[in-house]
Design a protein around this ligand. Structure first.
Ligand code: C5P
Length: 222
């Protein structure tokens, strides 16, 4: 069988990365988390007190930044200029600022170039916001995952509690709504379902059910 590219897009906290990892692992494909790339750049800029609104400066910063997505037995590591920042890029400060960085056209263009390079070799599952519409418009399978804001916030809340992190459900709902709005309303490749994407509402589905649906679509392609 010929390996394919699977694009998974959707709003914040819809379960994209969890499902993408399972699908990639079942197919022995490479998983590419494009959100982690925007998060890594945001983290670096925050560390350097760089103004996130300044497109030119952010683009220059990216030019001098190496972001590696490293596959290990224990999962994917995100390396920023050689240092492991896998945990740091998930923090609250990065999460609530990343959509500002992701609005800049020149930053997106450079990120998309890097992502296309990674997707050239098929046998990939890539998740993000503009994968099916822009990064790999010729992906053999496109999935658009959605779920209600309430459900997405509840899932994040549970996850935080299980990890022993402090968590405020109402704040999570606000943050998710705000990020969705910025991602959907930005001028350059906003969050959008590709015409040929299959939409799956995960609100009342388990992770395994969603992964199963995607895997059956992969089978149907063969
Ligand atoms: O998927 P994740 O929540 O990690 O993405 C973080 C942010 O990065 C998104 O809210 C969005 O602003 C940006 N992003 C993007 N395009 C992608 C992936 C992520 O604009 N392909």
């Amino acid at each position: 069988e010929k390996p394919i590219a699977i694009a998974i897009d959707g709003p914040a906290a819809a379960g994209k990365s969890t499902v993408a990892k399972i699908v990639a692992s079942k197919l022995s494909y490479v998983y590419i988390d494009t959100g982690a790339m925007y998060r890594a750049l945001t983290y670096k800029a925050l560390q350097q007190d760089q103004s996130l609104e300044d497109e030119k400066a952010m683009y220059q910063l990216l030019q001098n930044t190496i972001i590696d997505l490293v596959q290990t037995e224990a999962g994917q590591l995100v390396k920023l200029d050689g240092a492991d920042v896998s945990l740091e890029i998930r923090n609250q400060e990065v999460t609530s600022n990343v959509s500002i960085v992701a609005q800049h056209g020149s930053v997106r263009e450079e990120m998309v170039n890097r992502q296309r390079q990674l997707a050239k070799k098929r046998g990939v599952v890539m998740d993000g916001r503009d994968i099916g519409t822009h990064v790999i418009p010729d992906a053999e399978l496109k999935i658009f995952l959605i779920a209600s804001v309430e459900e997405r916030a509840e899932r994040r809340h549970k996850e935080n509690q299980e990890k022993g992190f402090s968590s405020d459900l109402e704040k999570l709902k606000d943050e998710i709504r705000k990020r969705d709005q910025l991602d959907s309303e930005r001028e350059v490749s906003p969050l959008l379902k590709a015409d040929d994407a299959i939409e799956i509402d995960t609100t009342s589905l388990s992770i395994d059910e969603v992964a199963g649906k995607i895997l059956s679509k992969v089978d149907a392609k063969k």
